[in-house]
Design a protein around this ligand. Structure first.
Ligand code: ZN
Ligand code: ZN
Length: 139
């Protein structure tokens, strides 16, 4: 579990019922939902929650560093609660499914000094692409 709710409680984030529902929807492993998906699931639990509230709450969570925004080319941004464990993404170019993956070795170390242009590196985002099992069996 990403224990997002625990982390938010630990930070003293004011958990209104609306914020709680958004955090609950995002909690878990391999969660990469679009804002619209978060809204659709939140409505199932709290019918009166508005799209604007969901968007604002997502923005706050990203600002707090507790949720990551994952951009996957050409598709809507996804929200990822797995913000504290360095990981990369494996993306299906058929259906857009995303898995959290942990390549071996340090991705920063993979970039030689001659390719760093004097930058001090702080992170790397790597996207592995391919077809998931469902898409590769061509249903
Ligand atoms: Zn797929
Ligand atoms: Zn992820």
């Amino acid at each position: 579990m990403s224990d997002l709710l625990e982390r938010l409680r630990g930070r003293g984030w004011r958990l209104t019922s609306q914020r709680r529902v958004v955090a609950e929807v995002l909690d878990g492993e391999h969660v990469h939902l679009t804002a619209d998906e978060v809204h659709a699931r939140a409505v199932e639990r709290l019918p009166e929650i508005s799209r604007a509230t969901v968007y604002n709450t997502l923005g706050e969570l990203v600002g707090l560093g507790e949720v990551l925004e994952v951009a996957t080319d050409g598709r809507a941004k996804r929200y990822d609660p797995n913000a504290h464990h360095a990981h990369q993404h494996l993306v299906c170019y058929g259906c857009g499914a995303i898995r959290d993956v942990h390549p071996q070795g340090d991705p920063l170390a993979a970039l030689p000094a001659s390719e760093r242009f004097g930058f001090t590196l702080s992170g790397a985002e790597i996207t592995y692409r391919g077809l998931c099992p469902d898409c590769s069996t061509g249903s």
